[in-house]
Design a binder for this molecule. Structure first.
Ligand code: MN
Length: 128
């Protein structure tokens, strides 16, 4: 593992801490944002290897944030994975149709999560 830089966009402090702690334990470098606006700003400034994006955020929702990042040439190719409590099949369809590269349901599966992240980092943008 190459210590990839992962941006976590999540407004729930407990969820944010859990994800950050697991990733750091596994040797990843992390950035944290608790609003979509801050997440977008950090993505543009730091060009992370992967973005884990909560869908329900206090300002923009994660789908709007995704659209902003895809519209920006510097961040268009960064893989974005939705991390969401919206777990109905229709939610999943809507989120993947919006252009996310993947979809993880909260609460995250602590044991499987590192391998899921590793695969998303390795695969990069779907179809890119
Ligand atoms: Mn949220």
């Amino acid at each position: 593992m190459g210590g990839e830089l992962i941006l976590i966009v999540e407004d729930n402090p407990k969820n944010l801490k859990l994800v950050r702690d697991i990733l750091q334990f596994k040797g990843y470098r992390t950035l944290e944002a608790c609003t979509a606006a801050d997440g977008i700003a950090q993505a543009l400034a730091e060009l992370p290897d992967l973005v884990l994006m909560d869908v329900q955020l206090p300002d923009l929702n994660g789908i709007e944030a995704l659209a902003r990042l895809r519209a920006e040439p510097r961040t268009a190719a960064i893989p974005l994975v939705a991390v969401t409590a919206l777990a109905m099949p229709a939610d999943r369809e809507r989120i993947l149709a919006a252009g996310f590269d993947g979809y993880l349901v909260k609460p995250i599966a602590v044991r499987e999560f590192p391998e899921q992240v590793r695969q998303y980092c390795e695969r990069g943008r779907q179809g890119a």
